[in-house]
Write a protein that binds this ligand. Structure first.
Ligand code: AMP
Length: 174
């Protein structure tokens, strides 16, 4: 299967959740056994030799493919969640969205200085969400950080918000 077929498996919903947004619906990729296997194989090839110890997934679609990848490369999985969802002590980061602010949280004991981290989410748009996650993870001083998206939206320049040491890579450019 080619990346082109993988890209074609993603459904676009116009004006969801609000007017003007072309929503990339990855559930149509996930429901296909062939597509899910192909995606898993591509991610495995990208990250198998990096020594990654923890995949950090962003709520909520990062919780679907993050653990698949973690299992294949022999890493653990750490969730970054919306406020007041994680049960133990957390650290949090607030960031600006188009309308108002949002906050994300991670457990205080989730990462240590010996970890090599792969941040993972389904989609890079403006980069605001993942940059906040990157800043949060940086506070733990891990050895190295990689950042991965299934889809990167072209034309929004979301990757420009990251420093070079975030090692940003995407699988599909739509
Ligand atoms: P951003 O912070 O602007 O990069 O937005 C990224 C987050 O919002 C990710 O968690 C995406 O799942 C979601 N998102 C933003 N734009 C879209 C879109 N066009 N289609 C699907 N999800 C989106």
């Amino acid at each position: 299967m080619s990346k082109e077929s993988l890209a074609k498996s993603i459904r676009t919903i116009p004006d969801f959740p609000k007017k003007g947004i072309q929503f990339k619906d990855v559930t149509t990729l996930f429901k296909s056994a062939e597509c899910l296997k192909e995606l898993s194989d591509i991610m495995y090839d990208m990250y198998k030799d990096k020594g990654i110890t923890k995949v950090v997934g962003i709520e909520s679609r990062g919780f679907i493919t993050g653990p698949i990848l973690a299992t294949r490369i022999g890493a653990g999985f750490v969730p970054i969640r919306k406020p007041d969802k994680l049960p133990a002590d957390t650290i949090s980061k607030s960031y600006e969205k188009e309308y108002g602010t949002d906050t994300i949280e991670i457990h205080k004991d989730a990462i240590d200085e010996n970890d090599i981290i792969l941040l993972h989410d389904d989609l890079l748009a403006t980069g605001g969400t993942m940059k906040a996650a990157y800043d949060l993870v940086k506070e733990f001083h891990p050895k190295k950080i990689y950042t991965n998206f299934i889809i990167e939206l072209k034309g929004l320049n979301g990757r420009d918000v990251f420093p070079a040491d975030a090692n940003v890579d995407s699988i599909l450019y739509l």
